[in-house]
Design a protein around this ligand. Structure first.
Ligand SMILES: NC(=O)c1ccc[n+]([C@@H]2O[C@H](COP(=O)([O-])OP(=O)(O)OC[C@H]3O[C@@H](n4cnc5c(N)ncnc54)[C@H](OP(=O)(O)O)[C@@H]3O)[C@@H](O)[C@H]2O)c1
Length: 284
């Protein structure tokens, strides 16, 4: 019986890298995409070239019934689910709490937190029903462990998933299901014309290993955590970030750049506009 994996958000970057590495390691794979069908088809072609099966589903995982539908489809097509990798999320969900709105907060919660939990629950039910000692792996971020000023929601929810992983690892240990996190740092494949970004001081000086990560490096760690080699590992988070968050507290006499001035100015203006509109509504 082939090993099987579901990878959410397999149409681009990290999810695509994970899906292809898993196929190389003998998995048949089901992937989801949100809007980039061509990216999902690129992943499918790469996986089929390796002689493995690949099923592709459009899935907008911010909606509450979609995670269950994805696992139903994957279970039907793959026959069983050995591994779930929750990767699909909105990676650019930044902002200041000064400009928080219910719509923004709900949107990020639905896409980056609830989606992961509902996917995990639906996949775990199939694993338990099929008596499969499966694996669930959440793609979080090094931002789960380090605070940035524009990051109260994205980083906050990633931290929430890291902590939820520990409870799920305890909960699902009763069925020999292991639950872990992989936490990428700056990871991207530059698009044509963007190669200069790889030479920026952020990359060459701020990242201890002097380069950004690539999607495959996350895939290799996912494959290891899902394998028998990691059979005694549950409830942990593995950083794949080139040491990005290690520096921690800055030393020396440089001013600590908590908040960039231009960002502060734009947030301040937007927040004061919100205050003005709110006051006008109160006075009507
Ligand atoms: N790249 C980084 O530097 C970095 C660093 C730390 C952590 N991460 C984490 O790694 C994961 C992947 O990031 P990435 O950079 O590879 O992101 P990406 O290139 O933007 O790809 C995101 C994937 O998720 C899917 N997706 C986005 N919103 C969705 C939604 N509402 N419903 C269903 N699918 C949705 C996208 O589908 P479509 O392509 O079809 O729209 C795509 O397949 C995320 O969890 C992110 O938070 C990334």
């Amino acid at each position: 019986m082939s090993k099987t994996a579901v990878v959410t958000g397999g149409s681009h970057n990290i999810g695509q890298g994970i899906a292809i590495v898993l196929a190389e390691q003998g998995y048949d794979v089901a992937i989801t995409y949100n809007s980039r069908k061509e990216g999902a088809e690129e992943t499918r072609a790469a996986i089929e070239k390796l002689g493995r099966k690949c099923f592709v589903y459009q899935a907008s995982l911010q909606f509450p019934t979609v995670p269950q539908e994805v696992m139903d489809n994957a279970h039907r097509d793959l026959g069983h689910i050995d591994l779930l990798v929750c990767n699909a999320a909105n990676p650019s969900a930044r902002g200041s709490v000064l400009t928080a709105t219910p719509e923004f907060v709900d949107g990020i919660y639905n896409t980056n937190f609830r989606n992961y939990i509902l996917c995990a629950g639906a996949a775990a039910r199939y694993m338990v029903a099929d008596k499969i000692a499966g694996c669930i792996i959440f793609i979080t971020s090094s931002r789960a462990e380090m605070a940035y000023p524009d990051d109260y929601l994205y980083g906050g929810f990633k931290a929430g998933i890291k902590r939820a992983t520990e409870s799920m690892a305890l909960d699902l240990s009763a069925y020999n299901i292991r639950v872990n996190c992989v936490a990428p740092g700056a990871t991207w494949v530059p698009r044509p014309g963007q190669e200069d970004r790889l030479k920026s001081p952020f990359v060459t000086e701020s990242i201890p290993l002097h380069r950004v990560g690539n999607p495959r490096e996350n895939g290799e760690v996912v494959a290891f955590l899902a394998s028998e080699k990691a059979s005694y590992i549950t409830g942990i988070s593995v950083r794949v970030d080139g040491g990005l968050i290690l520096p921690g507290m800055l030393e020396g006499h440089d001013k600590i750049p908590w908040v960039r001035q231009e960002w502060k100015d734009s947030v301040y203006n937007e927040a004061m506009e919100m205050v003005k509109t709110h006051n006008e509504e109160l006075n009507q």
